[in-house]
Design a protein around this ligand. Structure first.
Ligand SMILES: Cc1cc2nc3c(=O)[nH]c(=O)nc-3n(C[C@H](O)[C@H](O)[C@H](O)COP(=O)(O)O)c2cc1C
Length: 366
């Protein structure tokens, strides 16, 4: 199938993209002391030079003592780190690309591949790292307020540096997702509650803080997932109605685009419909959505960390869904991590030049 659907331009309010391909946010840990190096800038520039419509940065952390779980994860605060990010966005713009940082706070999720320990306090809604597993003390009101304003400050800095969008990492069992999940949020105050709508309050406050910081024109993308790294089988929303109660306050708070993380984009979200998570999120909110998960590859990404390789796979199912506007944008992770020319090769129908993904790709900035 021709990949034309991927190369239609996209416009939403003041955001215009030349095509529908988004580089998925991928932690690379190549920023010693939290400062992105010239190599990091060149890595993103190569994707901009090769037809990626929108680049989302690796998770980059807001200013809280334990926002990251690896010292080489980039900061999005402090003069040196922000100067590093300025180089990144300037190089991406010079190559004709568009980009946003993914603003991140890991909460109580530790990095299984690192023994490094962040300075306290660790922020987690109820001090739990997974259901029933105490890790630290619950976040105080002051820590919650400080964290919300740290997201706002980072977004203000992103705008000042010239980034085109900001993405909030609200997925995969990290801090914001720890508020959504009943398994890690047992608070009885205004940031907790029996319903998903009530547990969305923290995320909504983060979105509002960012909206206040960037003004009405800069697009805010919110990344969400049903699944957690702590448990792939979790579904925050069991029904479309529950999903609507989750997403509506987040959209009302100022989210423009929902980035719906699945490990395999083709898996239906609810029984009785083929729609995936991004399909349902678009249908329920009317907002543009991004799909993601094993696009163009045979295996899913968490297996890659265990050493599994993947082969190039057909894009036909994805293209059919995109043609009928089930979702608007398509994020591509490992295929673009390994090969900066992936988007260009797809545009030029050079499918036989698409590469396998091997875990060795994680060890370098290609
Ligand atoms: C090395 C690596 C690092 C990742 N880091 C992040 C991250 O910082 N933030 C995030 O939201 N997702 C992260 N992800 C998940 C990807 O954004 C994406 O959702 C996932 O890889 C599925 O897409 P793929 O199948 O095209 O690789 C990471 C994935 C990989 C492979």
């Amino acid at each position: 199938m021709a990949a034309d659907a991927l190369f239609r331009p996209f416009t939403h309010q003041s955001l215009t993209l030349k095509n529908r391909i988004v580089m998925a946010p991928m932690t690379r840990s190549f920023s010693p002391g939290g400062v992105p190096t010239p190599d990091v800038a060149a890595y993103y520039r190569r994707r901009a030079e090769n037809d990626v419509g929108l680049i989302l940065s690796e998770g980059t952390v807001v200013k809280r003592p334990s926002a990251k779980n690896d010292p080489n994860v980039p900061d999005f605060h402090g003069e040196q780190a922000l100067a590093g990010w300025k180089r990144v966005i300037d190089e991406v713009h010079a190559a004709g690309g568009k980009m946003g940082p993914q603003l991140w706070h890991v909460g109580s999720a530790r990095n299984p591949m690192s023994t490094w320990v962040a300075p306290p306090p660790v922020d987690a809604p109820s001090g739990l790292s997974s259901p029933g597993k105490k890790f630290t003390e619950p976040m105080t009101d002051e820590a919650i307020a400080d964290t919300i304003s740290a997201f706002g400050q980072a977004a203000a800095d992103a705008k000042r540096l010239g980034f085109d969008v900001v993405e909030i990492h609200g997925a995969h069992g990290y801090l914001i997702d720890q508020f959504f999940w009943a398994g890690t949020n047992v608070r009885t105050d205004a940031f907790g509650g029996a319903t998903l709508a009530e547990r969305s309050r923290f995320a909504a406050e983060v979105v509002k803080s960012i909206r206040a910081a960037v003004g009405k024109d800069m697009a805010i993308i919110l990344r969400l997932s049903q699944w957690k790294q702590q448990d792939f089988t979790v579904k925050l929303a069991q029904t479309p109605k529950e999903m609507e109660s989750w997403l509506t306050p987040l959209v009302e708070a100022g989210t423009d685009i929902l980035h719906c993380s699945q490990r395999r984009f083709w898996e239906p979200e609810f029984e009785g419909s083929e729609l995936n998570f991004a399909g349902w999120a678009k249908k329920l909110t009317g907002k543009p959505t991004i799909t993601v998960g094993s696009v163009g590859l045979s295996g899913e990404f968490t297996a890659a960390f265990r050493g599994e390789s993947s082969k190039p796979a057909s894009l036909d199912n994805l293209l059919r869904r995109l043609e009928r506007d089930e979702f608007d944008l398509v994020a591509v992770g490992r295929a673009l991590l390994a090969d900066p020319q992936w988007a260009r090769k797809v545009r030029e129908d050079r499918h036989d030049e698409l590469q396998d993904f091997h875990k060795e790709a994680l060890a370098r900035l290609a």
